[in-house]
Design a protein around this ligand. Structure first.
Ligand code: ASP
Length: 440
């Protein structure tokens, strides 16, 4: 029989009614045997996610600000007791909440505290479905650097083999120190993928509040096309560049097992959604570009030097400066006489870029060095681009007609994407221009 893992995101767990909706989706298909849940998310614009409340709770604990701690705890309590009331059954929320509070106050740690939204949400779902709760700490393992350990998959297989059905909290596991450890934000998607791999699912259904993956952000272009099928690699490129339907790392667990992911809408379960599959056979008439995504917050350092290609060790000397600063590179496009170094601003401390430039000038002799701060990177992604002549010409013509100045270009060797760097203020206009060129 087919086996599906379903993961419900924060908006699908936000209140009693939507939780019932999610439970109905699970019960409608007997192959939906493993359920992974996020913490309750926003119920309306301006609402606060439970995970954000838990972060605020821990910050107050660390500052020893007891008044704020109590105030935030009351809000968290309000969310879970409210859900219990809406569902009209005794879910022992108060008792579990008291335990959480005592544990946090006795030093259980930040990740323990921040992960309790998922822990409580999974208990609720387990009660409603009458399906056993299995804690993620039983099989999700991280190493000392916080990286997911390979043994997680065999452990998941072994633990979950004892349960024909289970509800599992997303977002956390056990760290190398034996304490609860979380993934990065949005990591419930990775937990779902881990479970899918562990039980060797036929399909990983990711239930969210949109009907699939759009060709670009619907806040930038009105009603963009919904992508029917996307490859793992296209998804990774688009998510990494800011399309935030799924966590960009959730591909890794399912990739080697070739398990497809389906993005589905909890509020419109009949919609087809988007399938994310290992490889795509393009048909005649398919669009050349699959999707466009972009984000701001980058800095580029441009270096010019005549005959750079002839000077052995030039790039190494420049890059050692970057390495010494512990900064990781996003992109490194280069020509015969020039190179650009693209850095994510989150790695840079105040005035660090000035020090990096000075050190590069001291390390090599060059003709010109310049810095662009406030850069946005926009990725145009699609396997179809490799075989279609004139794609970059169309893209750059569209940008020039829109009056957008491109200050960096990088085309991956796989021809899966073309990345352009533009001023942050042009980010949305750039996405719009590319979308209209390829989709209208
Ligand atoms: N609740 C966590 C977050 O808000 C994880 C998740 O929802 O996947 O980031």
């Amino acid at each position: 029989m087919e086996l599906k893992v379903c993961k419900f995101g924060g908006t699908s767990m936000a209140d009693g009614n939507v939780i019932l909706n999610a439970a109905k989706i699970v019960s409608a298909d007997v192959s939906r045997r493993y359920v992974v849940v996020s913490a309750p998310g926003k119920r309306f614009g301006g609402d606060v996610k439970v995970t954000d409340l838990l972060i605020a709770l821990y910050d107050a604990y660390e500052r020893a600000d007891r008044a704020t701690f109590e105030k935030v705890f009351e809000k968290i309590e309000g969310r879970f007791l409210g859900i219990e009331k809406e569902l009209g059954s005794d879910l022992k929320m108060r008792k579990t909440l008291d335990t959480v509070k005592n544990e946090v106050l006795s030093g259980a740690g930040r990740d323990y505290c921040v992960s309790r939204g998922e822990f409580l949400a999974a208990q609720i779902m387990s009660e409603i479905l009458h399906v056993p709760f299995v804690d993620a700490t039983e099989f999700v393992r991280f190493d000392e650097r916080g990286i997911l350990k390979e043994e997680t998959y065999s452990l998941a297989a072994r633990v979950l083999a004892n349960y024909p059905r289970a509800v599992i909290p997303g977002f956390y596991g056990l760290g190398a120190d034996g304490k609860v450890k979380t993934f990065s934000r949005g990591g419930g998607d990775i937990s779902g993928a881990v479970v899918a791999r562990g039980v060797n699912a036929d399909l990983y259904e990711n239930w969210t509040d949109v009907s699939g993956f759009y060709a670009c952000d619907p806040r930038i272009v009105d009603a963009p096309k919904c992508i029917e099928e996307l490859s793992y690699r296209e998804l990774r490129e688009l998510s990494y560049m800011g399309a935030n339907v799924l966590h960009s790392d959730c591909i890794f667990p399912v990739k080697s097992a070739g398990i497809p992911i389906r993005i589905c809408n909890t509020f419109r379960p009949e919609d087809k959604g988007t399938y994310i599959v290992p490889a795509i056979k393009r048909r005649v008439g398919d669009t050349v570009v699959t999707g466009i995504a972009g984000k701001t917050g980058f800095t580029t350092i441009g270096i010019e030097k005549s005959m750079m290609n002839a000077e052995i060790g030039f790039a190494r000397k420049v890059l050692s400066v970057i390495e010494k600063h512990g900064v990781s590179l996003e992109h490194l496009p280069s020509g015969i006489d020039s190179m650009s170094i693209v850095i994510d601003n989150t790695f840079l401390q105040e005035k660090e870029i000035e020090r990096i430039v000075e050190e590069i000038e001291a390390a090599v002799s060059l003709d010109r060095i310049y810095v662009h701060e406030n850069v946005a990177l926009i990725a145009t992604v699609g396997h179809g681009m490799a075989k279609s002549i004139g794609t970059s010409a169309r893209l750059f013509k569209a940008l020039s007609e829109a009056g957008i100045n491109v200050n960096m270009i990088d085309q991956g060797s796989s021809e899966l994407n073309i990345i352009v760097g533009v001023d942050a203020k042009d980010c949305n206009a750039c996405i719009r221009a590319i979308y209209h060129e390829f989709f209208n």
